[in-house]
Structures are given as structure tokens and as C-alpha cells.
Design a protein around this ligand. Structure first.
Ligand SMILES: [Zn+2]
Length: 345
């Protein structure tokens, strides 16, 4: 089998020992890395070699996104979450076709590649179109088909099972999960059913949680508990759960999330743009939660460049706590690794 060799100025491996090779060599065979090391240590000769220079490192993983929203980028700017969703986003997305979603995903995929993001965890309708788009672009996809109150039905679940059977391939490029939008939209009984459904297939349950202070007020006063407590007591946090945002969470909520091994997708730029709040990630990290970084949809961020989240996540935590020692570059680097692991959840 013909292998391909690349020589780069710096190779940052992100392996267990954090090895860095400068300059470095990487050998690839059948799409897989078979060797990496310092220039001069490579064994085989006569391999087809490309001197690419620059920095080589694993691709970034966008842990929470609705990428086809590239098509509605900029709409509803200046509105808080609820008005932004109901007045600006959902009416526009309601007019989108499968073909629109394909092109929106294709555009977003190109933008993510430009920023070094090779994988994204998507919550969206038109899941087939998103798979088709990444099959063309070459990106990796964790596809969690969106479920809303308006679209939740037995036939949606049958379609989902069919979609899962056809595309779920975590060893390859597509991992399938399910994406119930939120407890405030679906209600608790539907979330319980969907969580059981996700567990029955052992797939990722990807949900928006505690993004704004107001969104769960009705449920919280009905149950007399926080939204995280409600989900926890109803068994919704059991299984493989990825919760996006978790801005409005108490110490007790964080402990519950940690006890259930919930992963959190932190989306600081989106939270800032919509004026939602600041997620207490330093407390989550202290409690051992896995925290990944997400752009959220490009309409609540305006870009899919995850490097902005890398920077803003650290700055926001520091200014919020008046503590410049928080979220060091090496901590951010660990996050990136956690992002890589989250992709395999
Ligand atoms: Zn979102």
C-alpha cells in the first residue's frame, strides 16, 4: 500500500505525552496515521513526500452547532433568546427546504475547515441533507436530529431509527445521536420518553439546558425545583447526555450534572450575543465535568471559527471571577482533547 509522507514545521500530536515534533514527519496510509516523529527519525525511504510546512495538529471539534443557520446569519440581531427564536429564527427556518439545509451545511462546513474545525455536533432538522453535505465536504459529523414539540411524533422516532440504522458509524465519519431541543419546548414527559429512547439505542442525547434565566421559569415553579433538578429526578440525565449552555446552574445543579456524567457544551460567544449570561465553567471543571466548546448556530454567533470560543471562554471566566489565573492555556488545551473525546460519546 502506497503511503504518503508530510513534513511540517511543527507537529502538535495531542497524544498522551503531549509530544511536539519540530520539524516533524507524519506518514499516512489508507487515510490513517501510521507514524509520526521528528524529521530524520523516519524509517522508510522512497515514500511520496510533501513538504507542507506550517503547523499540523488534530482538527478542532465544535461541540454544539446548528450549522445550516449560516443562511439566516445576522437575522434577529439584538433580540434576547425567546424573541430571537420565535420572531426571527423559527419563522425563517420554517421556510427552509432540504436543499437549503444542504447548502447551508456545505457553506458552514467550508467555514469550519478554514478555522481548523473538522468535526461538529449538529442539532438540526433535515439530517439526511447534513449527512450528504459532509459526505461532499469530507468533515466529520455527530448528527443529532432535532426534535421539537411541533415535530415530535411516533413517525419522527421511526424515521430516526431508520436514519440511525443507515448512518451510525462512529468508527467512520458519522455518529448519530438525538437532539431534543429543550425541556421548555418539549415538556418533561416527552423528554423522559426521548431519553429512554436514546438509552435504548445507546446514543447521545443532546439538549439545550439552562441557557437563559427565564426559559424554564414555568417548569421550575410547577415542580418547585431547578430545571437541572427536574431533569435529574426524572432520569433524563441518565445515559449519554450532552447539555448545551448550562449558564444558569447552581452548585447543586453542577453536582447533579457531575454525578450523571453529563458533558457540557460551553458556547460563550452565543451566550454573550444573546445576552444570556456567563456559564460557571470554572466550577464545572472543579467538579470534574467534561466541558467542550461550541459556537452554537452561526446566527447566534456570526462565525463558526471555534478559536474565538477558545479565547473568549478564558477571558470571560477570568473577568467574571476577577481572577487572571483561571483557565490557563494548558487548561484550554485539555478542553480541546475533551472535545475530541466527546465526539466519540
Ligand atoms: Zn443551540
Amino acid at each position: 500500500m502506497q503511503s504518503q509522507r508530510y513534513i511540517a514545521d511543527i507537529i502538535v500530536t495531542c497524544d498522551a505525552d503531549d509530544n511536539v515534533y519540530a520539524p516533524g514527519v507524519i506518514d499516512i496510509e489508507e487515510g490513517k496515521i501510521i507514524w509520526v516523529g521528528n524529521l530524520g527519525d523516519e524509517k522508510e525511504t522512497g515514500v511520496q513526500t510533501d513538504e507542507i510546512g506550517g503547523l499540523l495538529m488534530p482538527g478542532l471539534v465544535n461541540a454544539h452547532c446548528h450549522t445550516p443557520m449560516t443562511l439566516v446569519r445576522g437575522a434577529g440581531d439584538g433580540l434576547p433568546l425567546e424573541r430571537w427564536l420565535t420572531e426571527a429564527m423559527w419563522p425563517r427556518e420554517g421556510k427552509m427546504s432540504e436543499e437549503d439545509a444542504y447548502w447551508g451545511m456545505t457553506l458552514g462546513s467550508a467555514e469550519m475547515f478554514r478555522a481548523g474545525v473538522t468535526s461538529s455536533c449538529e442539532m438540526y432538522l433535515f439530517e439526511e441533507a447534513l449527512v450528504e453535505a459532509v459526505n461532499s465536504s469530507g468533515a466529520r459529523l455527530v448528527m443529532t436530529p432535532g426534535v421539537f414539540k411541533s415535530s415530535y411524533s411516533e413517525s419522527r422516532l421511526r424515521n430516526f431509527t431508520d436514519f440511525y440504522n443507515r448512518y451510525h458509524d462512529p468508527e467512520g465519519k458519522i455518529t448519530v445521536g438525538i437532539g431534543p431541543h429543550s425541556a421548555y419546548d418539549l415538556g418533561i414527559p416527552a423528554c423522559v420518553e426521548l431519553a429512554e429512547f436514546a438509552r435504548s439505542l445507546d446514543v447521545l442525547f443532546h439538549i439545550h439546558l439552562a441557557e437563559t434565566r427565564e426559559e424554564s421559569a414555568e417548569l421550575e415553579s410547577q415542580y418547585g425545583k431547578s430545571i437541572v433538578e427536574i431533569l435529574s429526578e426524572n432520569g433524563i440525565l441518565e445515559g449519554r447526555v450532552l447539555a448545551a449552555h448550562c449558564v444558569w446552574v447552581s452548585e447543586n445543579d453542577i453536582s447533579l450534572l457531575s454525578d450523571s456524567n453529563v458533558s457540557v457544551a460551553h458556547c460563550p460567544v452565543s451566550n454573550m450575543k444573546l445576552g444570556s449570561g456567563i456559564a460557571p465553567i470554572e466550577k464545572m471543571l472543579e467538579k470534574g465535568l467534561t466541558v467542550g466548546l461550541g459556537t452554537d448556530g452561526p446566527a447566534s454567533n456570526d462565525t463558526l471559527d471555534l478559536w474565538e470560543e477558545v479565547k473568549v471562554a478564558a477571558l470571560l471566566a477570568r473577568v467574571n471571577n476577577l481572577d487572571a489565573t483561571l483557565i490557563t492555556p494548558s487548561k484550554l488545551w485539555e478542553w480541546r482533547l475533551e472535545n475530541l473525546q466527546m465526539q466519540l460519546v
